[in-house]
Design a protein around this ligand. Structure first.
Ligand SMILES: [Zn+2]
Length: 288
């Protein structure tokens, strides 16, 4: 019934875009997420930006993290990436021109009959920002690190295809799971005070001289382990999500940027020029 109704609008799939905020590619791979890997091959890709806001802007244009192909013009690559939405939506005839002039994925999806919804964890993406365009519903979650709460609030109407953007914060500094008391979160001097205001713009940056000594390196390694643990935890939440979504749902799981854990004196993301801040995991496929 639902599938027929979607087909009448030229699309067959619900589409869910899940962004593990700050999740570095190698953290993702180290976690060996068994459930997520069922979607398809986990690719190493590159984010267009080194922090949350521009990266989500890019994703909401419909451009996924790129593969850094050689000997190809950017315009050709973009065309191919936009064309991929035919597979994601189970549709035909979607191309770069379909996105013009708004270049806005939720607007395109709404024009195709989708209900569009976003649940975001990081306040830098809050509903008052320009990213909230083309959404029927756009919410900043009360906790920055609770994907399970999002999953429980997702709704897939039977008579309408739906699009969901989930910005997931468990993988973001301080890589805390929802049941971990805040007073047990790790603290990096100079970062935690900033985090209290959740102002991502200045979370990243170069550690001051003297802070990269042995003790801090060990602490940074621990932080990386916490990000890996967060991915393992999220894999179980994704399993719950897979259990409740309709069969005709296409899912993309990726990250908005990577993270530095002390390499060459950098921590976090944002004003950083380093390949690890751009490396992200990318996996997608249809729920079977
Ligand atoms: Zn981010």
């Amino acid at each position: 019934m639902a599938a027929r109704s979607h087909a009448s609008r030229g699309v067959r799939n619900h589409y869910v875009l899940i962004v593990f905020d700050s999740c570095r590619y190698d953290s993702f791979v180290s976690a060996r997420p068994r459930t997520i890997s069922k979607l398809g091959k986990v690719e190493q890709r590159w984010s267009y930006a080194s922090w949350t806001a521009p990266s989500h802007f890019n994703l909401l244009m419909g451009l996924m993290p790129h593969t850094s192909p050689r000997n190809v013009y950017a315009s050709e690559y973009y065309k191919k990436d936009f064309f991929k939405f035919n597979e994601r939506l189970g549709a035909g005839g979607i191309e770069f021109r379909s996105f013009v002039p708004r270049l806005n994925l939720p607007v395109l999806l709404r024009n195709l009959g989708y209900r569009t919804s976003a649940m975001v964890s990081l306040p830098v993406l809050n509903p008052a920002t320009m990213l909230n365009s083309g959404f029927d519903s756009y919410r900043l979650m009360p906790k920055h690190n609770d994907m399970r709460a999002m999953v429980r609030q997702m709704h897939f109407p039977e008579d309408q295809p739906s699009f969901h953007l989930l910005n997931v914060g468990e993988t973001h500094y301080p890589y805390a799971l929802p049941d971990e008391p805040e007073d047990q979160w790790p603290r990096i001097s100079g970062v935690h005070g900033v985090f209290k205001h959740l102002d991502e713009a200045i979370v990243g940056g170069k550690l001051r001289r003297g802070r990269t000594k042995m003790f801090d390196q060990r602490k940074l390694a621990k932080l990386r382990d916490r990000q890996i643990e967060a991915v393992k935890y999220l894999d179980a939440v994704v399993e719950e999500f897979f259990d409740l979504v309709p069969k005709n749902t296409y899912v993309t799981i990726t990250s908005d940027h990577g993270e530095l854990f002390g390499e060459e004196g950098y921590f976090g993301h944002g004003p950083i020029q380093h390949e690890k801040v751009l490396e992200v995991p990318f996996v997608e496929g249809k729920i079977r």
